[in-house]
Design a binder for this molecule. Structure first.
Ligand code: IPM
Ligand code: MG
Length: 367
């Protein structure tokens, strides 16, 4: 039996609820494939900040470093400024552990009421909406450099610097092209804005073009990010892998998730592809303080993030069981959380997924 040690950062808001409901499901899926997950909980987040003035201890990254993976719920609370919570926990982990790929599948699951009507008013066929965002996750607009000047005066100004490096663009582009090359449609759209950002995005375009030469089977093109956002709504069937900078990928992946029916469905994997550091897995939704503590948060994004983690840990059979069970529960439609029109709670949805782990039998998800 193989064993993996996973650091759990349940975090704030609905984070602890969705994580607690998901762990037994992931344990069972792993167990069915002869894999054992050992969870180690770290009580970091806004409560910790209130008690200690820090979101995680000063040696937090050292404590996380030896783990095989990190499983995160959500971070943030209304009474703590978002930049404090996020810059104190999520972003340092992503950046220090060189998790430079943020992989975000965005798929319409069969059985959900369509958000998009197809042209002519016919419901949009689920198989036409199957994208994955490869978001640059370590630099770009998120480097955090800059400052506030002349605060409080009429001349006040803020500078927020973005930094794009050839190495940073190249490694994430290579990951995205490699992924596109392994998918059936072999399409890649690169999100740019080189018409207005004449430095960073022109470099982005040049490097992506160079990387593309190594992947002749992938059909690709750059789109300005505004046009790409519109295309996700008007012609989603024309999109497959989306390569985007940190901020553009953040925005496009929320759009993609919302178009699939709920932000609560979408998973994210913060990957260090070289495996020199642990990778981190989390739902893309936030801490949702408005519904925290009510037991109605959708656990599917978290479960799906768990599936991405199992895949990364070398347990693709267990991952396929979780994904297959999620698809089965959603298609059945009897056990859904309120934001999807259902009446089930977090624990019931997770339990419904657990009960379907056996029948998936490791059926591979469509690519
Ligand atoms: C996400 C979130 C984060 C991001 C926030 C919490 C900083 O929106 O994971 O998409 O912008 O990356
Ligand atoms: Mg986001």
């Amino acid at each position: 039996m193989s064993r993996h040690r996973v650091a759990v950062l349940a975090g704030d808001g609905i984070g602890p609820e969705v994580v607690e409901a998901s762990l037994p499901v992931l344990d069972e899926a792993a167990g069915l494939e002869g894999v054992r997950l050992e969870w180690v909980h770290f009580p970091w987040g806004c409560d910790h900040w209130q008690e200690t003035g820090r979101m995680m201890p000063a040696d937090g990254l050292d404590l996380l470093r030896p783990f095989d993976a990190i499983f995160l719920g959500a971070v943030g609370r209304p009474d703590v400024p978002d930049h404090v919570s996020v810059r104190g926990l999520i972003l340092p982990i992503r950046q220090a552990f060189h998790q430079y790929v943020n992989l975000r599948p965005m798929e319409l699951l069969s059985g959900l009421p369509p958000v998009l009507a197809g042209r002519g008013g016919a419901p949009f066929p689920p198989e036409s909406f199957r994208m994955v965002c490869v978001r640059e996750n370590s630099e770009g607009e998120y480097v955090g450099a800059g400052g506030r000047f002349d605060q409080g005066s009429p001349d006040e100004r803020a500078e927020q610097l973005s930094v794009f490096t050839r190495r940073g663009i190249e490694r994430v582009a290579r990951y995205a092209f490699h992924l596109a090359d392994r998918r059936s449609r072999r399409l890649l759209a690169s999100a740019t804005k080189s018409n207005a950002w004449q430095h960073a995005m022109v470099l982005w375009d040049e490097v992506v073009e160079e990387v593309a030469q190594d992947f002749p089977r992938v059909t690709w093109r750059p789109y300005h990010v505004d046009a790409l956002a519109a295309r996700m709504v008007s012609h989603p069937e024309s999109l497959d892998v989306i390569l985007a900078s940190n901020l553009f990928g953040d925005i496009l992946s929320d759009l993609g998730a919302a178009l699939t029916g709920s932000l609560g469905l979408a998973p994210g994997a913060n990957l260090n592809p070289e495996r020199s550091y642990p990778s981190m897995f989390e739902p893309i939704h936030g801490s949702a303080p408005d519904i925290a503590g009510r037991g109605i948060a959708n656990p599917i994004g978290t479960l799906w993030a768990g599936a991405l983690m199992l895949e990364h840990l070398g347990a693709p059979g267990a991952a396929a069981r979780v994904e297959g069970a999620i698809r089965a529960v959603v298609a059945e439609g009897a056990t859904l959380t309120p934001e999807l029109g259902g009446r089930a709670g977090t624990v019931e949805v997770a339990e419904a997924v657990r009960l379907r782990l056996g029948d998936a039998g490791g059926a591979p998800p469509p690519s």
